[in-house]
Design a protein around this ligand. Sequence first.
Ligand SMILES: [Zn+2]
Length: 450
Amino acid sequence: MKRFALAGALFAVAPLCAQAATITEEAVRTAVTWLASDERGGRDTGSVELNAAGDWLAARLQKAGLTGLQEGSLFYEFPLAGHLIDSKTIVCKLVRKFGDKEQDFTLTADVDVRQWTVSDAVAGEAEATTVASLEDPVMQRLLFANSARRPIVCEVAEDHPYWITAKGSRPVLGQKREASRPVFLVRKGVLPPPPENDQREATWTATWSVEPAEKADVPQRNIVAWLPGTTKKDEFVVVSAHYDHLGFGRPVGDDRIYNGADDNATGTTAVLLLAEAMAKMDKPARSVLFVCFTAEERGLLGSKAFCERPPVPLDKVVANVNLEMIGRPEEGKAGKAWITGHDLSDFTAITTAAFQRAGIEVVEFPMAAGLFTASDNWSFARKEVVAHSISAGSLHKDYHQPSDEVEKLDIPHMTKIIRGLLEVTLEFANRDAAPQWNEKGKARIARKGW
Ligand SMILES: [Zn+2]
């Protein structure tokens, strides 16, 4: 009876499964707001803030009862290129000039001063850009700019995650920029405040040296949560979204946090809530992997790493349902979704039928063909896995801007889409036949090129 009830076609007349009731507007709003808040700092690859988001996602998935594919962690690490920097090697003296007064401060490495970024200026003496606290807006702008030639000294409270992260030796992402300045964090309280009642501005000079930074691999984290199937446990549906975004960047107005609410806190929220909902339901026939990719914005690097060294054989992945920007429909398109590369496989027909059960219409989107290679589904498609991105939005004017904020999301629309995606995921996990590329699809993926 159970097997009978699970057959895809027979779902057609059934009402939207009751379990979707756990996917509420409130749950959607809470999760997407957490992911897209200013505290997450725009979730840049390799950042302290993305790390916190990863910990949070993994903890919720584990609490829902999901596991990794092996014992233990849900994190799947892969390396990106960077450098090893070591706060213990800093020699740093600051001189404060205040009117005709001069004061020297010799800072103890790793105790008073820590290194934040990699630079090739391993030693020097230069006027330092204002000593200020991390919360200072001017300092925030400088800290994430690429062009400053002066060393930057920034005061940070000792319980701040940046101060804690910068302790000792650690690998950091990115290339050394020629003639770039070092950024030093100084523990708050080490430098005395300027004398009271004196409005004059102090000038600072830094004399510093650090060990030259060696090249090093920097581990990045994809998150993989496994919902084991029943009768086809060794076949997999991968439901994925990238949880990274652009981080801090060029300010627009006074906002320099690229929150990435729609891109792609919405897709990440969907993956999370789908996992939590399905963990409470009868298990589907196939296994489902709920995957959050990092480094998508740097060129699909997280999904590429996943597909180069897959945790399960890729020929056992029947479909990748990748989710991108599902929170902001175009005018008049609320409750509608579209699929990238929609005419390349029978994924669209299968998804359309499943969405229909949740009252969602699949529509065509003018750029859907070009966007087929623009998200993590492409890493799978290149390996011949049937893989498409489902979106339920638009390329709005806030795309890749600091103004991609949570207030602009249409939460009722997004909630409806996620409920529909539960139907879609169940369909792929339970239906007999796996989706297939058509001739046009085969020709497209054979070309490999973007
Ligand atoms: Zn995206």
